[in-house]
Design a protein around this ligand. Structure first.
Ligand SMILES: Cc1ncc(C[n+]2csc(CCOP(=O)(O)OP(=O)(O)O)c2C)c(N)n1
Ligand SMILES: [Mg+2]
Length: 594
């Protein structure tokens, strides 16, 4: 058999350093799967249960390795299934290549079976580069450009291959007019601002008395540099959700997360600072940043389009976080006042006590905050934690104390449900020697994470560290939204949209060969985490949690509180429980305890 376009594609991906592809087969992409098979394991194919999950895996693989994530799907429904996972990568600036099959060239335009206008479908999510190949010599530069653009611009790209083309004999581009002769290879540049701009930034930072730092995913590889700058400026630092692992939480001036899922010391610091230094973050909610005019701002980001977007900055620096901070440090004068930092540290220490008190409050049956509170000191070194979207993201954001060497991520910009388990699987393939923990709501479990337990069951023996724990918060509710309806809309809980069936997740896990643990008593949580972390196989830890514990922002406004009261008056079917579970925490948030 002569070398096909499929064979060439696989060789070229390999030459680019691709070693893992997440996906699902189908006849629209069989020519590439045949080639993957013939390549004899040079590239590992990882089979998800659903193409969206494969795309989440590619996104998370890029997050946890810093390399290109690749996903593959068949024509029509396979390709359209990829879309949400690709948007996850797009919104979190991850380099991901999607390879999709397409109907044969002779049939295109014929309303043929599984014929979808894929260039149009991918045009937004993979707008940086999307092309459908029509001849063999074209495939070389399509692959080269798709990968180089994905890596260089940290964007999603897509290559679409008609199925007959995949099986055609490969031909190199002939030497003649109208052909493209591309090559492989990309090295990240060192991106650092000019000295004059660094000096302007230093001037702003040196003249401030109360400096607040906000770090995001762009600071994940700049931990030492952020600490050095923060110490020199006597600054406090808050962390956007995607930057959770950028700074360890045992530093007393790290105020933890920010925003709706954030902490009170982060909020207070932003409301009181006179200078804001933002590093590698697209944190969206401006109302959690200083009011315009309150603070002078400096921002560092690799992407020019993310600068001065949430707060009008005085100095906008395009640069790599670590390199730029390293260059900035010698220009910064040590502050020696101490008062501002003392205040931040005191607020933060108090907040950790508040969190503990909240976690220990009785609930029916288990307070969900206690789940993460008990996990936090038990987190193994080098753990990778993932979270789904839902109320557990609040507890992930607030209660888990990150230490150096850990990683943590979730679907940030897209905030999609259904990402935690595929993220955990990608983490295991990225770092098979590291323990992984996924935190998931029961709604997200039912949506698609349950099916991906089957993927864990299929692959876990390949991972050198077998610890992969999926913790399900079973509250029989789409709780985050229930609270949003109550607080933001002033509506009572709408049972028809919010209640979800009770499913024995731990039993399902046992049925497919994993270990299942069920907890419905708060005092059993610690031992349950210990047992899960000592297991010789992946574990599903199911906790029966109370839906009436409010996942509310730490600073809930009077307006929101008024709407909550209105919803209670209008007659929330769970009024009794809400009052029992929420009153103490909500009121304590409106009138912050001294
Ligand atoms: C794909 C998708 N659909 C809907 C939403 C809106 N949404 C956000 S959180 C949530 C509820 C999640 O429920 P569950 O997984 O049970 O977690 P809980 O909040 O109950 O802890 C919903 C519906 C979303 N973010 N993503
Ligand atoms: Mg739920």
């Amino acid at each position: 058999m002569s070398r096909t376009v499929g064979d060439f594609l696989v060789e070229r991906l390999h030459a680019w350093g691709v070693r893992k592809i997440f996906g699902y087969p189908g006849d629209g992409i069989n020519g590439v799967f045949g080639a993957l098979n013939r390549a004899d394991g040079k590239i590992q194919f990882i089979q998800a249960r659903h193409e969206e999950m494969a795309a989440f895996m590619a996104s998370a693989y890029a997050k946890f390795t810093g390399e290109l994530g690749v996903c593959i799907a068949t024509s029509g429904p396979g390709a359209s299934h990829l879309i949400t996972g690709l948007y996850d990568a797009r919104l979190d600036h991850m380099p991901v290549l999607a390879i999709a099959g397409q109907q044969s060239r002779n049939a295109l335009g014929g309303h043929y079976q599984q014929e979808v206008d894929l260039p149009s479908l991918f045009k937004d999510v993979a707008g940086a580069f999307v092309q459908q190949a029509s001849t063999p010599p074209q495939v070389r530069h399509l692959v080269d450009r798709a990968i180089r653009i994905a890596l260089g611009e940290r964007r999603v790209t897509a290559v679409i291959l008609p199925n007959d083309l995949q099986e055609a004999a490969y031909e190199e581009p002939p030497r003649k007019h109208g052909t493209i002769h591309s090559g492989i290879g990309f090295s990240k540049p060192k991106t650092i601002p000019y000295d004059a701009d660094l000096r302007r930034a230093a001037d702003v930072l040196n003249s401030g008395r109360k400096v607040a730092i906000l770090v995001g995913a762009g600071a994940l590889k700049a931990t030492d540099e952020v600490i050095a700058v923060a110490d020199r400026l006597e600054a406090g630092a808050a962390k956007a959700l995607l930057g959770k692992a950028a700074l360890p939480d045992d530093l007393p001036w790290v105020t933890g997360s920010i925003g709706l899922l954030g902490t009170k010391p982060s909020y207070d610091m932003m409301m009181e600072c006179d200078t804001l230094l933002m590093i590698g973050s697209g944190f969206p909610y401006s109302e959690f940043l200083p009011e315009e005019g309150q603070a002078r701002g400096v921002q560092i980001d690799l992407a020019p389009d993310m600068l001065s977007l949430r707060y009008p900055m005085e100095v906008n620096l395009v640069g790599d976080a670590a390199e730029t901070l390293h260059a900035l440090l010698p220009l910064l004068k040590p502050k020696k006042d101490g008062k501002w930092r003392d205040r931040i540290e005191k607020n933060t220490a108090e907040w950790w006590k508040t969190l503990e008190a909240r976690a220990m409050e009785p609930a029916d049956p288990v307070n969900p905050q206690r789940v993460t509170w008990e996990l936090s000191p038990r987190l193994p070194d080098r753990v990778i934690v993932t979270s789904d979207s839902g109320s557990c993201a609040n507890w992930y954001a607030r209660d888990l104390k990150m230490r150096r060497g850990m990683m943590a991520s979730l679907s940030g910009g897209l905030a999609s449900m259904g990402a935690a388990v595929p993220y955990a699987i990608a983490a295991k393939f990225a770092h098979p020697d590291r323990p992984v923990i996924a935190l998931v709501g029961d709604g997200a479990m039912q949506m698609n994470n349950m099916a991906e337990l089957i993927t864990i069951a299929k692959y876990w023996r390949q991972w050198s560290d077998h610890r992969c724990i999926v913790c399900v918060f079973n509250n029989e509710d789409l709780n985050q939204v229930t609270w949003e309806q109550r607080v933001m809309e002033g509506d009572p809980k709408f049972d028809a949209s919010q209640q979800i069936p009770n499913v024995p997740y731990h039993s399902f896990a046992e049925l497919i060969g994993l270990k299942g643990i069920y907890v419905d008593r708060p005092d059993a949580l610690g031992a349950a985490w210990d047992e899960a972390l000592a297991s010789d196989r992946p574990v599903l830890l199911e906790v029966k949690t109370d839906p009436e514990v409010p996942p509310l922002p730490p600073h809930i406004t009077f307006d929101e509180a008024r709407k909550l009261t209105e919803s209670l008056i209008k007659g929330d079917p769970h009024e009794g429980g809400v009052i029992m579970g929420a009153a103490r925490q909500v009121l304590a948030s409106i009138i912050p305890a001294k």
